[in-house]
Design a protein around this ligand. Structure first.
Ligand code: BGC
Length: 440
C-alpha cells in the first residue's frame, strides 16, 4: 500500500485549542461563553495547555513532529488576534504568526492554515455573529489582511466544520451562542457561512497563485440499522442530507478540495415519537431527536465512547468522491485515547482505508491526524486526549505516543508495510479485527 509522492502526512490543531490565552489579550465568543458556562472542573485555571502562542514552545513540538517524519502541519490563525476590534489590525499578532510559520517551513512542515475554527472575535459575536449578513464582509476584510501577509501559504481551510457550528450553536444549543432548536437561524446562518466562505475563497484565489482552498467538513457515514426497513432508510437519508450533504452541495463549486474531518459513524433507526426534543450527549452523539435513534456499531470504542469505524470511513470516501468528484484532503482524523491502547490501531486502520480508496480511484492528497498534541476539548476541557504528543497538564511535560511512531514510519517510507507495523504495534485481537473490518 503506497501513497503518492507529495502526499501530505500531517497533524492538526486549531488556534484556540493550541495557543492558550495566558496574556488574556484574546477575546473570542468562546472565551466569554466559557466564563459564563465554565467546564465543570474539566480544566482548571492552573492547568497547562500546549501554549503554542509562544514560538519557542510551538517550535519544540513542531520539531518532534518533523523528526518523526511528518511533512505538513494544519494550524489556525485566530481572527480575534488579527482584528481585535472592528477596523483595527494587530501587527504584533501578525509578526508572531509569521514567526511560527517560518519555523514550520524550516522544519519541512508544509503549512495548511485554517481561518475560522469555531471561534469568532467578540466584537463580531456582539453584532450577531453568523446570524448577521454583515459577517461575510467582515470575514472578507480579515481574509484580505491574511492573504496579503501570508501569501506564501498555499493550503487553506476557510471554515472548520460549519455544520458543527450550526448544530451545536443553534440546534442543540450547547456551544456559543447557546441557542436551541432555532430552525429560522439554521437557514440564515447557513447562508451567511456560505457567503463568508465564498468571499474568502475568492480573495485567496485572486491573491495567492497556486493556492488550494477548501472547507473542513465534519462528516459521518450514517447507515440504516435495518437496510430492509423503509423507515430506517428514510430517516437516514434525511439525516445524511442535513448532517453531511447540505453544506457540501452548497459549496461544491467554490472549493478546490473537500476537507474531510472524520472520527466515527453510527447507525440510525426510526423511532415513532411525537416529541420534538433534541439532545446530544457531551461527546456530541445524538441521544434524542424526533423520529430517530442512534445505534453504535459494535466495535472498539475511544475514551469518548465513539466506535472505531474505518470500514465506514472507506465507504464514505468512495461516496464523497463519486458524488462531488473533487480531490479530498483528510483534514482531521483521530482518537481520544489517553493510554494509547487503540491509537495505533485507529490510525493504521484509517490510513489503510484511505490507501484502499485510493486504489479504487479516489483522489486523496493528504491526511492530518487530530491532534498534534493534547489540546483543550471545547466544552469538555482536558477530558479527552487525542494527541500524537501526550501533554501532562500539570507539569507541561511531553511524551511521544506510539501512534505517532507508527505514523512516522508510514510517513518516512510513504507506504504501509502491514506485516511489520502490525507485529510492532497491534495486539492479536486488533490484528484479527483489522482483517475483519477491512477485508485484508
Ligand atoms: C474539531 C476539533 C475537535 C475534534 C475532537 C473536531 O470536530 O474540529 O476542534 O477537537 O473534533 O472532538
Amino acid at each position: 500500500m503506497e501513497f503518492s509522492k507529495g502526499f501530505l502526512f500531517g497533524s492538526a490543531v486549531s488556534s484556540y485549542q493550541a495557543e492558550g490565552n495566558a496574556s488574556g489579550e484574546r477575546k473570542t465568543d468562546w472565551d466569554v461563553y466559557l466564563q459564563k458556562n465554565p467546564h465543570k472542573n474539566l480544566c482548571l485555571p492552573q492547568d497547562l495547555g500546549p501554549n503554542w502562542w509562544i514560538p519557542d514552545v510551538a517550535e519544540m513540538d513542531l520539531k518532534s513532529l518533523s523528526s518523526l517524519g511528518l511533512n505538513a502541519q494544519r494550524f489556525g490563525i485566530e481572527w480575534a488576534r488579527i482584528v481585535p476590534e472592528e477596523g483595527k489590525t494587530n501587527t504584533g499578532a501578525i509578526r508572531r504568526y509569521r514567526e511560527i510559520i517560518g519555523r514550520m517551513k524550516l522544519l519541512g512542515l508544509r503549512p495548511m492554515c485554517t481561518l475560522n475554527h469555531f471561534t469568532l472575535p467578540y466584537w463580531v459575536a456582539e453584532f450577531g455573529g453568523w446570524e448577521n449578513p454583515k459577517i461575510s464582509k467582515a470575514f472578507k476584510d480579515y481574509t484580505e489582511i491574511i492573504a496579503y501577509e501570508f501569501g506564501d501559504i498555499l493550503d487553506w481551510v476557510t471554515i472548520n466544520e460549519p455544520n458543527q457550528t450550526i448544530d451545536m450553536g443553534y440546534i442543540f444549543g450547547s456551544w456559543p451562542p447557546g441557542k436551541k432548536f432555532r430552525i429560522d437561524k439554521f437557514f440564515q446562518v447557513t447562508q451567511n457561512m456560505r457567503k463568508a466562505h465564498q468571499n474568502a475563497f475568492e480573495v485567496l484565489k485572486k491573491n495567492i497563485p497556486g493556492s488550494r482552498v477548501g472547507v473542513a467538513n465534519a462528516l459521518k457515514l450514517l447507515k440504516p440499522q435495518n437496510p430492509g426497513s423503509f423507515l430506517d432508510c428514510k430517516v437516514t437519508e434525511i439525516a445524511n442530507y442535513l448532517e453531511n450533504n447540505k453544506l457540501l452541495d452548497l459549496n461544491r463549486d467554490v472549493v478546490d478540495f473537500i476537507g474531510v474531518n472524520y472520527y466515527h459513524s453510527y447507525l440510525l433507526k426510526f423511532k415513532p415519537t411525537l416529541s420534538l426534543t433534541l439532545r446530544k450527549d457531551a461527546e456530541g452523539v445524538i441521544k434524542t431527536a424526533p423520529f430517530l435513534e442512534t445505534v453504535k456499531p459494535e466495535n472498539f470504542e475511544s475514551d469518548a465512547g465513539w466506535s472505531v469505524t474505518p470500514d465506514f470511513f472507506y465507504e464514505l470516501l468512495l461516496n464523497i468522491y463519486e458524488k462531488y468528484n473533487k480531490p479530498i484532503i483528510v483534514t482531521e482524523n483521530g482518537i481520544a485515547d489517553d493510554m494509547d491502547k487503540l491509537g495505533a490501531f485507529y490510525l493504521l486502520s484509517h490510513l489503510i482505508a484511505e490507501a484502499n480508496a485510493i486504489k479504487k480511484g479516489v483522489v486523496i492528497n493528504g491526511h492530518f491526524y487530530w491532534s498534534s498534541i493534547d489540546t483543550e476539548e471545547w466544552m469538555l476541557g482536558y477530558k479527552y486526549k487525542f494527541g500524537l504528543i501526550k501533554l501532562d497538564h500539570k507539569t507541561g511535560e511531553r511524551k511521544i505516543r506510539d501512534r505517532a511512531k507508527l505514523y512516522g514510519e508510514i510517513a518516512n517510507s510513504g507506504k504501509i508495510d502491514l506485516p511489520t507495523l502490525s507485529s510492532k504495534y497491534l495486539s492479536l485481537h486488533q490484528k484479527k479485527e483489522l482483517k475483519n473490518l477491512l477485508k485484508i
